[in-house]
Design a protein around this ligand. Structure first.
Ligand SMILES: *Cc1c(COP(=O)(O)O)cnc(C)c1O
Length: 398
């Protein structure tokens, strides 16, 4: 009964051979800058953008240096000004309020529900405070996107989607990132495709697309894009849009293109692992599994559960016992941010009122990464370990 898990929670799969070959080709010809193309050459970055636009059904796509840069660019493109309020999730990761701060705007945090999605009643009540919502699909949980868009459309709020955890996910079959005015993705190592660093931005709006291209640092070379609007759109904005360099390069694009082609297969592999874990965590007294709505197609690249109304000491004991058996759980309830777990009251540059209902949820959130290097047997073992240790601590609390 004292099995131990010995795998690594931070080890991703290797880069596929096809991507390594493509990267070597770029290294050998040396044209790494996206606009450094030979006669008639399209360039890996322009092709990446064209392919991701097709894959998501978007008219326009821009590849950039990071997910955080994509979000900041989206906010600049929609016209967020210094001092403006921007609505965003209380439950998200630090680069989201950080992107808002980077354009000198002010985050207004919206609460989180027990489903780990944005609290739509709280959003409705704060809708008059801002013209933009930076919606983070944190840990891949999609809220009722129909109701969210209804609220935002009625109030004239522009929605920018942070799809760092929902690349490959959908709401009622619509790819995540396609409901809002702009969808932003991250290609950083811990997300769904891995180029070390990187980001993608999609939109159907020609003006926003042209502004984003100019912002990313295209000088006047925008005609070398394959998923950007025509030159007449650039004519309207090019003298009024600053260059805030944050381009994607051809080396990373070469690594990403084969991975994006494989995305659906990878999503299926993540979900097998997720579902094995979820099944193993059902019916544990004191542990709440997060139920997924039928409208949502998710990517199970991480799993969360709630230890609702547990004392901090009991949560810490359960986590320590799992850790002693090789299972690394992260807790969003600690007073001090640790690693990537922070929450709205950790970001002290942004003032917020306390949200007691959200605090109750945040204090109970336990989070675990699911790298594809885990086998299904690994996932079953991990679930057995969590089950045993959570049950033991829960029992002792009664
Ligand atoms: C990783 C992440 C981002 C930003 O991505 P970077 O590429 O690291 O800048 C944005 N939002 C969430 C929720 C993330 O986890």
């Amino acid at each position: 009964m004292t099995d131990r898990f010995t795998g690594s929670f931070t080890q991703q799969e290797p880069i596929p051979d096809e991507a390594i070959e493509a990267a070597l080709a770029v290294l050998r010809h040396g044209r790494l800058h996206r606009y450094n193309v030979s006669d008639g050459e399209l360039g890996e970055t322009a092709l990446l953008e064209q392919e991701f636009a097709t894959q998501t059904g978007a008219r326009y796509c821009l590849a950039v240096a990071s997910g955080g840069y994509a979000m900041a660019t989206a906010m600049r493109a929609v016209g967020v000004q210094p001092g403006d309020a921007v609505l965003t999730n209380a439950f998200t990761l630090a680069p989201v309020p950080g992107a808002i701060a980077s354009v000198n705007a002010r985050p207004v945090f919206v609460g989180v529900t027990e489903e780990l999605t944005i609290d739509l009643d709280d959003l409705a009540s704060k809708a008059d405070q801002a013209k933009v919502l930076l919606l983070s699909h944190m840990r891949g949980h999609l809220c009722d996107m129909d109701r969210l868009m209804e609220i935002c459309d009625a109030e004239g709020i522009t929605v920018i989607e942070d799809c760092a955890h929902t690349m490959g996910a959908a709401w009622r079959g619509v790819p995540s990132g396609r409901q809002g005015a702009i969808g932003c993705y991250s290609c950083q190592t811990y997300k769904h495709v891995n180029s070390g660093e990187g980001g993608l931005l999609i939109t159907d709006n020609e003006e926003l697309a042209a502004k984003a291209v100019m912002l990313s640092g295209s000088y006047m070379l925008y005609e070398r894009h394959l998923a950007a609007p025509g030159p007449e759109v650039f004519e309207r904005i090019k003298y009024h849009t600053p260059n805030v360099s944050g381009r994607m390069d051809n080396l990373r694009s070469a690594i990403l293109r084969p991975q994006l082609k494989d995305l659906n297969a990878q999503v299926a592999r993540w979900n097998e692992r997720y579902q094995t874990l979820e099944a193993g965590l059902r019916d544990v007294p004191g542990l709440t599994v997060i139920e997924r709505p039928a409208e949502e197609s998710y990517v199970g690249s991480s799993i969360q559960f709630l230890l609702l109304d547990w004392t901090p000491e009991a949560v810490q004991e359960a986590i320590a016992r799992c850790s002693a058996r090789g299972v690394e759980l992260k807790w969003f309830g600690a007073d001090e941010p640790a690693g990537f777990t922070s929450r709205y009251d950790s970001w002290r540059y942004a003032q917020s009122e306390r949200m007691p209902a959200s605090d109750r949820v945040l204090t109970g959130i336990v989070d675990m990464r699911v790298p594809l290097t885990f086998s299904l047997d690994d996932c079953a073992l991990i679930a057995r370990i969590i089950r045993a240790e959570v049950s033991a601590v829960h029992q002792s609390q009664l």
